[in-house]
Design a protein around this ligand. Structure first.
Ligand code: SF4
Length: 83
């Protein structure tokens, strides 16, 4: 689980923007300006079936994390939250 979905900075953060790009999802912000301090990104290889694999990126730690539970869902009400 990416901690960014509950972070105050999620819609302005350059690291989360990169995670969105890796996941191939729509960006919350086209040109984020916030540079986070020491985001720690966990990369895992996942099976997709039919001998296909994918790569998943999740921020698991970050010195700039500022808790705001449900921040991503507030910005995208009714949409499925990234996991
Ligand atoms: S936890 Fe860090 S990387 Fe994730 S949105 Fe917040 S500031 Fe950005």
């Amino acid at each position: 689980m990416c901690i960014c979905v509950d972070c105050h900075w999620v819609d302005r953060c350059q690291a989360y923007h990169a995670v969105e790009r890796q996941h191939g999802v729509d960006h919350l912000c086209v040109a984020p300006s916030f540079v986070p301090q020491s985001p720690r990104i966990h990369v895992s290889v996942i099976e997709l079936g039919d001998a296909q694999v994918g790569v998943e990126w999740d921020v698991r730690g970050c010195d700039s994390f500022e808790a705001e539970p449900g921040r991503w869902l507030q910005l995208r009400p009714g949409q499925a939250q990234p996991t």
